[in-house]
Design a protein around this ligand. Structure first.
Ligand code: KG4
Ligand code: ZN
Length: 353
């Protein structure tokens, strides 16, 4: 492992540097070509959602097989969309963790083979750092320091990015990730998979004050999250309503649940930014697609005179442009991965393979 304690500064490669990003950590096979870290030349995302929908969630074995089946075609399409050949690619950046290990392995093995055959540098990228850096693609002028709220199906993190390569986790979930809570509640409401967008849609038609669900703010001056109590409260509400034969309004439950999640995320993020004197907040990860979260966090930041950034939808959920961007900056910091690069199901943010 490479140490992050030593001081590192960015050394840029020549202009026109093309990074190929590869992302296979969960249920999207994604490949992107990026120029100089922040300019998207192509971004292809082959979603497996229809495959997993039949099972009500991601089946790891199915995910690995699907990645294997389509990765080559996704690479071809990414090159074609960018109008580039393999010989134009200067660097390969591939997600090595965290994620489903079998799924990650497909991208890692493919990326390693490509980098070796093409004799270009290889960078293993941390998936969560990729989500954070999606904001650098959307906002070319954005620079650290900043506070990131990263909310996805597997993670809920408040991360201080002091500089490139310098991350500090200030808060994280102690149990369920925010996206996981959305997915579980959607399943309990019979809405299907993935749950986040479906709850978002239902909530637009519901009353967020209809049911009073708990908010887990926990200790003051603490930025950790907990969503399992809220999840249990919703499940209990549904069970007891069903037992009493009461009518359940799906839009009202969805709106009340969504509001409970969003209130905690917004309040903790803003107080964390204030307490750490960070004047820029970025939002990312799949749950950053949530309409209420985007709106409420923007309003709260504006009130506190904090600049707020959120990428457009295709950069919020899993994609390879964000991986190429993060890999480019790792390359500029002098990091290189070896041919022993391996997939890792869980890996701390900031660690380099
Ligand atoms: O970042 P992502 O694509 O994959 C992971 O790295 O986990 O995030 C997927 C998660 C899922 O849990 C999905 O339900 C959630 O993001 N999500 C949403 C919305 N769109 C996607 N959650 C709430 N509201 C949305 N509109
Ligand atoms: Zn993700």
């Amino acid at each position: 492992m490479q140490s992050l304690t030593e001081e590192k500064s960015l050394t840029y490669p020549p202009g026109g540097w093309i990074t190929m990003g590869i992302e296979t950590s969960c249920d999207e096979t994604a490949v992107s070509l990026m120029e100089d870290g922040r300019k998207v030349l192509s971004s292809i995302i082959a979603s497996q959602i229809p495959e997993h929908r039949k099972f009500g969630g991601v089946v790891p074995e199915v995910a690995s097989r699907q990645h294997l089946e389509c990765i080559h075609q996704v690479v071809e399409e990414a090159l074609q969309q960018a109008g580039k050949d393999l010989e134009d690619v200067n660097q390969i950046a591939v997600t090595y963790g965290p994620g489903l290990v079998g799924a990650l392995l497909v991208g890692v093995a493919y990326g390693k083979a490509m980098a070796y055959a093409m004799d270009v540098p290889l960078n293993g990228v941390h998936h969560i750092e990729g989500h954070l850096q999606a904001n650098f693609i959307q906002y070319p002028e954005l620079e650290p320091p900043l506070l990131a709220l990263i909310v996805s199906g597997g993670h809920t993190h408040l991360v201080k990015m002091a500089d490139y390569g310098k991350y500090e986790i200030l808060g994280k979930t102690r149990d369920d990730a925010a996206g996981e809570a959305f997915d579980k509640i959607a399943r309990a409401l019979g809405l299907g998979y993935p749950g986040g967008p479906l709850i978002d849609e239902q909530a637009r038609m519901g009353n967020p004050e209809a049911v009073s669900f708990p908010r887990a703010f926990m200790e003051v001056d603490h930025y950790d999250f907990s969503f399992s109590g809220l999840k249990s409260a919703v499940l209990n509400y549904l069970n007891s309503s069903r037992m009493k034969g009461e009518n359940i309004s799906v839009p009202d439950v969805a709106a009340s649940f969504q509001q409970a999640v969003v209130e905690v995320l917004v309040e903790k993020t803003v107080s964390c930014a204030r307490d750490h004197q960070l004047s820029q907040v970025v939002l990312s990860g799949g749950v950053a697609a949530n309409s209420l979260l985007r709106k409420r966090l923007e309003e709260a930041c504006r009130k506190e005179e904090i600049s707020f950034f959120v990428p457009e939808m295709y950069l919020c959920t899993d994609n390879a442009a964000m991986i190429a961007c993060a890999g480019y900056y790792d390359y500029c910091l002098g990091y290189r991965s070896g041919w022993n690069l391996n997939a890792a199901a869980s890996v701390p943010i900031g660690q380099r393979p």
